[in-house]
Design a protein. Sequence first.
Length: 110
Amino acid sequence: MSEDNKHDVAAAVTDIQLLLAEKRTSLALMRTGIAVLALPLSVLSLLIATSKYYEAIDVLSFLIPLAILLSFLVGLGLYLIIRSIRRMHRNDALIHRIKLKYEEIAEYVD
């Protein structure tokens, strides 16, 4: 293996390490999105469980802003999850390209 090829392979390994770090960040973003998405579901479950203690018409001024807030949180959670999935697919495609270019490291990267 020539000196230039060793340098290229080392740079490719560094690139893969960076892409894997970005993938871990995307996974953390997905975990955050799932947590944000779970909050409205918990609040709705609580409202349904306690619905026998109130009339919806009487607390409508409370329920409408809450519904808007929960809709925003659902949208934010879905956005974070979709964004993280797209980033992970992009990073996987880049890693695949590097593996095709440098067959020496392809067997070590899964």
